[in-house]
Design a protein around this ligand. Structure first.
Ligand SMILES: C[S@@+](CC[C@H](N)C(=O)[O-])C[C@H]1O[C@@H](n2cnc3c(N)ncnc32)[C@H](O)[C@@H]1O
Length: 266
């Protein structure tokens, strides 16, 4: 199947618009509130003087944590529903609806651009990284964390199951979706003009109290309520089976997820 970036962007937009109201409870525990922020601060060199832009900020969960450390934090996302929720939750922060390919900020405005659990969703990641470079000050840092599908045991348990049951066009994701080598992302960041590239894998565990959280996450991102009941049943059963090895005696789950971590300097 030919890669159509506009179709990918449209599918991504639809997924995130429809899952925005479930994001805080169902999705943020995997993407935003399970230990990502210290990694972003470390690789982005974020401190009390930093002006930070998060591209693809969702409901603002990373932005609010960064705002306790940095001087200024701005969040952008192309899904209006995400930005409405972020603005309602954190009225003191600045959020804007914007495609990461074209953000409404000046050249050389930020010290750090953060891209958390989002790079694999971009339809044209090279364009996004070039745009990030434009708004960074000389010496500014791009800080990327993204999951590795093959080593993502938490959301990956659902993702692999849904991918087996749905047509490929219903599975959202950009060109980096199946990348498992950090050097591939690093090379793209280099190609977009950054230097001092560091690309590596890190273990970033995720604990879930109950498997329902994962199922609800998948159902809302993929809009599975609209699928035939037998397809939904198979995805549910397979997800539970894949997650089983990580189940603890108290019914919670400890997933040893591995992420790609990449940074570069303008
Ligand atoms: C998995 S969520 C991550 C949200 C947030 N960074 C976090 O860690 O919780 C991915 C987000 O990227 C946004 N997104 C995807 N492609 C985008 C693009 N081209 N421009 C702006 N936002 C985009 C989606 O709308 C969604 O909110």
């Amino acid at each position: 199947m030919d890669y159509d970036p506009n179709a990918v962007a449209e599918q991504e937009y639809k997924s995130w618009q429809r899952s925005a109201d479930k994001y805080i409870k169902n999705i943020a525990p995997m993407t935003a509130t399970s230990g990502q922020v210290p990694i972003l601060c470390e690789i982005g060199l974020i401190d009390g003087n930093s002006h930070v832009l998060e591209i693809g900020c969702g409901t603002g969960d990373v932005c609010i944590q960064l705002s306790e450390i940095a001087m200024r934090v701005v969040g952008t996302d192309f899904a209006e529903n995400m930005i409405h929720i972020a603005t309602d939750r954190f009225p003191k922060l600045e959020f804007k609806v914007a495609n990461a390919e074209d953000v409404p900020y000046d050249d050389n405005e930020f010290d750090v651009v953060v891209c958390n659990y989002t790079a694999h969703h971009f339809a044209r990641p090279l364009v996004v990284f070039e745009e990030a470079r434009r708004v960074l000050k000389p010496g500014g840092r791009l800080a990327i964390i993204m999951p590795i599908q093959s080593e993502q045991k938490c959301f990956g348990s659902f993702f692999a199951s849904a991918s087996e049951e749905l047509p490929p066009e219903d599975v959202p994701g950009g060109t980096l979706l199946y990348v498992d080598d950090p050097a591939v992302v690093g090379l793209m960041v280099k190609e977009s003009g950054f230097t001092n590239i560091v690309s590596e894998k890190r273990i970033k565990p995720i604990k879930l109290e109950h498997i329902d959280l994962l199922l609800k996450t998948g159902w809302s991102i993929f809009g599975l309520d609209d699928q035939p009941q037998d397809v939904q049943n198979r995805i549910r059963t397979k997800t539970i089976q894949r997650a089983e090895p990580y189940k603890q005696a108290d019914g919670s789950y400890d997933f040893p997820d591995v992420v790609i971590v990449v940074s570069g300097t303008k």
